[in-house]
Design a binder for this molecule. Structure first.
Ligand code: BES
Ligand code: ZN
Ligand code: ZN
Length: 468
């Protein structure tokens, strides 16, 4: 789907279809027929009038979410037709919502269908009487943001046989080339040499070599320095603490955090952000085998802390532990350090499958992350640390344990585990985003079709854009 912004009045633009997003039928040309066929000015109500080439969609609130959902419903209908072009009048609708709703809603992942759909090359024309600089900028940025989300979706949706750590590293290199970023990829020798035994152990039973990927965008006169760390488990079988069969399906999505970081990094240069941004991805596959790490093992992380393993399925935190250490050792004077991970099923149970769980030590930062996430059209809430939950990951024989001794608060105890790998000077600069719920969509919602959603990408780009 292509989206164009046209400076023209609606009537004179030639398109085969017209799309109307309406919250009031009163002044509508087709009021009578729409009422007769039971159309309502309500969210998710749609009417297609093929004889006159019109698609109507209802909406109730004038917010981003309602408009984005409404246009995505219209676009899905448009896609079922043979028409090549459709038009919509911008009026007082939110342009960002129109563009993102269109491009995110039109997304399909067809790589693995043997019968390739012929690409129809359809386009949506958004008509505005006058294109101001501001309108143009919103339009261009929304396209870049949507592309970044869809890129992340493509990576996450790719099956584990075709997307393993080296492939993620190759994608990073390609992004670096396209956007003029620095890119370093470290293999297992580096992990071993640098004491990153936690990350190294997780990948030990895999036939695929683990990769530590480091992308950097360094514009001149950068105002701030931000580090993004992503969990890139290209597959999470659970390891020796093997997942039950039903829980293993969809675990190709355990690379969603790392893929979000890749998507974000693909957009930062195009958005001309005046910020130094580092993207660090721990790309690893968690498998079983004679060489697998085991419950009862004690691993030493890069910062010297020892970790008692009691469950090899709590592997993401081990990979992130070393990646967080690496980030803080390599990069000085960090202003913000965020990590993204499909870390716990507990987070999904706690806040539902649509919402990101935001954790950390600084209340203001957490609120800021949540506010930007909501503004960007994603869902997030904070989850609170406390001293008692902190105690539940103590170990009898090592510094800490990789699982808690309680069944409750699993998202938070995982967050508290990561806190052990945040240096004192960065405590208040760190936020942990558990994206286990929204990263992978099993029942489509809003403009998110089945599969990866690209969770965290819009949220972070919004945060970076608002940073000053
Ligand atoms: N990748 C999973 C978490 C997950 C679950 C992501 C469902 C997406 C959907 C993670 O590595 C994991 O297995 N976590 C365990 C932790 C437990 C062993 C303490 C979990 O959540 O069950
Ligand atoms: Zn796991
Ligand atoms: Zn995992």
């Amino acid at each position: 789907m292509k989206v164009n912004l046209l400076e023209n009045d609606f009537i004179s633009v030639e398109s085969e279809l017209e799309i109307f997003i309406v919250d009031d039928l009163e002044n509508c040309d087709d009021k009578e027929i729409l009422e007769n066929i039971g159309f309502e000015e309500k969210d998710e109500s749609i009417a297609f009038l093929p004889e006159i080439g019109r698609i109507y969609v209802g909406f109730e609130e004038h917010d981003y979410e309602s408009i984005a959902i409404a246009i995505s419903i219209a676009i899905k209908k448009f896609k079922t037709t043979k028409f090549k072009s459709a038009k919509i009048e911008l009026k007082d609708l939110d342009l960002k919502a129109l563009v993102e709703g269109t491009l995110l809603g039109a997304y399909e992942f067809n790589e693995y269908k043997s019968k390739k759909k012929k690409s129809k090359k359809q386009e949506l024309n958004i008509c505005v009487p006058k294109i101001t600089e501001e309108i143009k900028e919103v339009f261009e940025q929304s396209k870049v943001i949507s592309k970044a989300v869809n890129k992340t979706r493509d990576i996450v949706n790719t099956p584990p046989a075709d997307c393993y750590p080296k492939v993620m590293a190759d994608i990073a290199k390609k992004i670096a080339k396209d956007s003029n970023l620095e890119c370093t990829v470290h293999g297992e020798k580096y992990l071993e040499k640098n004491g990153m035994n936690a990350m190294l152990s997780v990948g030990r039973a895999s036939v695929h070599e683990s990769k530590l990927i480091h992308l950097a965008y360094k514009p001149e006169n950068a105002k701030k320095k931000v580090v993004l760390v992503g969990k890139g488990l290209t597959y999470d079988s659970g390891g020796l603490s093997l997942k039950p069969a039903d829980y293993m399906v969809t675990m190709k999505s355990d690379k969603s955090g790392g893929s979000a970081v890749l998507g974000i990094m693909s957009a930062v240069a195009k958005l001309n952000l005046p910020i130094e941004i580092h993207g660090i991805i721990g790309a690893v596959e968690n498998m079983i085998g004679g060489d697998a790490y085991k419950p009862d093992d004690v691993l030493k992380a890069k910062n010297g802390k020892t970790i008692e393993i009691r469950n090899t399925d709590a592997e993401g935190r081990l990979v992130l532990a070393d990646c967080l250490c690496y980030a803080q050792d390599e990069i000085e004077n960090i202003d913000y350090i965020f990590d993204y991970a499909t870390l716990t099923g507990a987070c999904v149970v706690g806040v539902g499958e649509y919402t990101i769980g935001v954790m950390g030590n600084d209340t203001v930062l957490k609120r800021d992350v949540v506010a930007n996430t909501l503004q960007a059209g994603e869902y997030a809430t904070t989850l609170p640390f406390n001293r008692f939950l902190r105690k539940t990951i103590k170990s009898e024989i090592a510094d800490i344990c990789n699982i808690a001794n309680t069944r409750y608060g699993g998202a938070i105890t995982a967050g508290l585990f990561l806190d052990n790998f945040i240096n004192e000077e960065n405590k208040d600069k760190w936020a942990h985003l558990d994206i286990a719920g929204p990263a992978f969509v099993e029942k489509d919602w809003g403009y998110n079709p089945y599969g990866a959603s690209g969770a965290g990408v819009r949220a972070t780009l919004q945060f970076l854009k608002n940073l000053n």
